[in-house]
Every structure is written in structure tokens, then in C-alpha cells.
Write a protein that binds this ligand. Structure first.
Ligand code: NOJ
Length: 442
């Protein structure tokens, strides 16, 4: 039995994303995003699911905010759907789209819950994809214009801004592996996307600085720091390669270190950099958000494009076969602390999918309780070791559309009955309530 205590000012939040929970894809002027298109592609999404209804948060946000409040959450991280705000990608602003986020924010504030808004959680307007999406430079500038619209309209309501969510997934899952929208498999386009996503972040921060708003702004990465599978120097190199291509290509430019030489020299990958880009990307920000789920082990393999290969892990795994490695979170936090020189960090996502069973209105998801507790212990250890970790957002507030896995994977601490849209807090939700209250021993 152990009580993990966090400082009183540690921020406790829960998170979701627009396409995963909102539904209402045709309402109030929203136009299609790349995910609406991708979901229509045969075999792209398990069971042919899509986000057209999702958890219907667009209509049920008041009920959801009430539940967040009952569970003691102090902050809600949601994302703004670009195709609601600018249905044509750029240009004319859709006031009804903005109104939804204003109403949601007001409701949160009524309950004393902070508003943490992510500008981009993967739902690019399809019309911009038709122009090349993240593989073209103009999308980064369109993003900056969209960000400006959000800063102006939602500035009075947002307590913390996040530019991008997981550019790794947008670039690599979207353009290299083709598992996410827009479903492209083209390495050159993928590295263009890496750079233009980084640039988009920087341009948005530049806009933010001009806006006169003062609340914190940052970005969210999903770093992966695979461990070497042996003590051999070559496997340590493999781990470095994996970190460079999956994490440092996003992290280094943010802190003015440019693209890692392991990627540009050893992997011979180039990025479409123009004069001034790297300065734009490296603008000071207030924090970095980290999404963490798992860690894998790697060995050197020079036959692979990224010079390493994953080998099996031994740890317990989730129902997606994601090995549970809380210690990996500690490693990442310490790595970010070192590279950013002590910048404020937040866990903007952490959680797991589980085969939850609803019985008499309850879900006894002790597997998830264990997962969350073990990761919270890693957070606490990081803080004790001097890492400037300021808050933790559980993924997810509720079950939702888990991208290519559709509705088959439940990540929520609140169970959603998709037939009735009824919400049922799982045991993990009550556990979070008690952890936030400060009275939980584990
Ligand atoms: C990270 C993504 O940001 C989120 O959208 C997703 O649902 C979770 N990982 C779980 O896979």
C-alpha cells in the first residue's frame, strides 16, 4: 500500500479529440476532413466504422462536462475541428463551428474546469488534402491562418493552447505506413510532412505571439525511446536511430537543434527546408506535452530504412499488444527534461485499451487502474528526480473512435454504450476521482 502524492498545483485532466468523440459531421456547416474520406476506403477501418456519430459529444457536451466535474477533473483537453471552423480550409469563418467550442468552454468554466485546446488532432479539411495536404508547404501557412482565427475567437476562453497533436502520426502513419488518413505510402512525402508539420507549429506560435494572448502555448509529441535489446554498442546505436527518426525529428527543431544528423547523414533523409524555417520552428514555447503508451526493444539492422528493427517484448501487453512499460515514461521524461533544459512538461495522454465489460451499470477495469497507477508512479518519480512535470491528462475521458481500430478498442475511463450513448464511469474513473482528491492509496 502506497500513497502517491502530487503537489497541490499539479494539473489533473482528461483528454479527447474532435473526430474521435464529436460526431455531428454534417452539422452546422462542417465540411469533410481527411478522416471522413479515409473511413470510406474499403478495409481502412476495422469493421468499416467511422466518426459520424462517435460519442455524440457535439450534442452531449453538457452531460460530459458535468461528469468530468463529478470526477474532480481540473482540466479538459479537447481538440478543435479545423473543418468546423474553416469548412473550406481557409477563408470564410464558420461562426456556428466556433460557437460550439465557445459553448463547450463556457460550460467547462462554469464548473471550474480549465480549457486546454489542441488546434490539430488530425482532422485536416479534405479540401486541403486535395491540394497535397501536409506534403505541401501551403498547408503549414493555411494552418497558421486557421490558428489565428482560433486565437482571435477563442482566446478569451482557452487556458492553454496546444498547436499539434502527435505530428509523428500525422506524418508517418498518414504518409509512410498509410494506416491513418490520408492513407499514403510515400517516404518522400512523409518527410515533407514532417517538416511542414514542424513549420506549421512554428508559424502558429508566431501568430500567437502577435495575438497578445498570454496563456501558455506548447505542442504535443508522442515520443518513442525504444530500449536497446543488448549492451552491444550496435544495439545502443539502434536505439539512437529509432529515437532520432521517431522523436528527435520533432523535438530537436523545437529547441533549435535542427534535424538530427543520424537522420540526415546516416539515413540520407532530407527535408524541404527554406531559409528561416528552422528559426520559425524554434520559437520559444511554454511547455511540451507528452503522450505515452508503451515502449519496445530494438536491435541494429542495416537492411532496414531506419537502420533498426523491433524485437519482442516480454512485458504484459494491452489488447492491442502494446507492451506496458511504465519505466519507459520515466526515461522519456528525463530525456525531455535534459534536451529542453527543464522546460515545463505535461503528460497530455496516457492510458490503455481494455476489453471492458459493462455489467449492471459498472465496469470493473482493474487492468486499467493498474496501468494508470504504475504510470503515475513513474510521473511521481520523475518529479522527485527534478523533472518539471506540471500535469497529467488521462486518455481518454470516454470510449471513442480509435482511428483504424474503429470502436473495437475502448480507451475511456467512462464507458460509452454506443447504442444508447449512455455514459457509465468505469472503476478507473472513480479511482481518478480519488487520486485527484488526494485521498487515494494504492
Ligand atoms: C494518441 C492519439 O493522440 C489519440 O488520438 C489516440 O486515441 C491514442 N493515442 C490511443 O491510441
Amino acid at each position: 500500500m502506497q500513497k502517491i502524492e502530487f503537489d497541490k498545483d499539479f494539473l489533473w485532466g482528461c483528454a479527447t479529440a474532435s473526430y474521435q468523440v464529436e460526431g455531428a459531421i454534417d452539422e452546422d456547416g462542417r465540411q469533410p476532413s481527411i478522416w471522413d474520406t479515409f473511413c470510406k476506403k474499403d478495409g481502412a477501418i476495422l469493421h468499416g466504422d467511422d466518426g459520424s456519430i462517435a460519442a455524440d459529444q457535439y450534442h452531449r457536451y453538457k452531460e460530459d462536462v458535468q461528469l468530468m466535474s463529478e470526477l474532480n477533473f481540473q482540466a479538459y483537453r479537447f481538440s478543435i475541428a479545423w473543418p468546423r471552423v474553416l469548412p473550406e480550409g481557409r477563408g470564410e469563418v464558420n461562426q456556428k463551428g466556433l460557437a460550439y467550442y465557445i459553448n463547450l468552454s463556457k460550460e467547462l468554466h462554469l464548473k471550474g474546469i480549465k480549457v486546454v485546446a489542441t488546434l490539430y488532432h488530425w482532422d485536416l479539411p479534405q479540401i486541403l488534402q486535395d491540394e497535397g495536404g501536409w506534403a505541401v508547404r501551403s498547408t503549414a501557412y493555411a494552418f497558421a491562418d486557421y490558428a489565428k482565427v482560433c486565437f482571435e475567437a477563442l482566446g478569451p476562453y482557452v487556458d492553454q493552447w496546444i498547436t499539434l497533436n502527435e505530428p509523428f502520426c500525422a506524418a508517418y502513419l498518414g504518409y509512410l505506413y498509410g494506416e491513418h488518413a490520408p492513407g499514403i505510402k510515400n517516404p518522400q512525402k512523409a518527410f515533407q510532412a514532417v517538416h511542414y508539420l514542424n513549420l506549421a507549429h512554428g508559424l502558429a506560435v508566431k501568430e500567437y505571439k502577435k495575438s497578445g494572448l498570454r496563456v501558455p502555448i506548447g505542442t504535443t509529441l508522442n515520443p518513442s525511446l525504444p530500449r536497446p535489446a543488448s549492451r552491444k554498442a550496435e544495439d545502443e546505436k539502434a536505439a539512437l536511430y529509432a529515437r532520432s527518426i521517431f522523436t528527435d525529428v520533432f523535438l530537436y527543431p523545437l529547441v533549435g537543434k535542427g534535424y538530427p544528423k543520424e537522420v540526415t547523414e546516416d539515413m540520407h533523409i532530407s527535408f524541404p527546408i527554406l531559409d528561416g524555417d528552422m528559426e520559425i520552428i524554434a520559437q520559444p514555447i511554454d511547455f511540451i506535452g507528452i503522450n505515452y503508451y508503451m515502449e519496445r526493444a530494438v536491435v541494429l539492422d542495416e537492411t532496414k530504412p531506419f537502420l533498426h528493427r523491433e524485437v519482442p517484448s516480454w512485458q504484459r501487453a494491452t489488447n492491442q499488444d502494446w507492451p506496458i512499460v511504465p519505466y519507459g515514461l520515466l526515461r522519456i521524461l528525463k530525456y525531455f527534461d535534459q534536451v529542453t533544459n527543464g522546460l515545463a512538461l505535461y503528460i497530455t495522454e496516457n492510458g490503455c485499451a481494455n476489453d471492458d465489460v459493462l455489467q449492471d451499470g459498472r465496469v470493473h477495469d482493474h487492468f486499467r487502474c493498474d496501468y494508470l497507477n504504475e504510470h503515475l508512479a513513474a510521473c511521481k518519480k520523475a518529479i522527485d528526480e527534478g523533472v518539471n512535470l506540471k500535469g497529467y491528462f488521462v486518455w481518454s475521458f470516454m470510449d471513442n473512435f480509435e482511428w483504424a481500430w474503429g470502436y473495437s478498442r475502448r480507451f475511456g475511463i467512462v464507458y460509452v454504450d454506443y447504442e444508447t450513448q449512455e455514459r457509465f464511469p468505469k472503476d478507473s474513473a472513480y479511482m481518478m476521482r480519488d487520486i485527484i482528491s488526494g485521498y487515494c492509496e494504492y
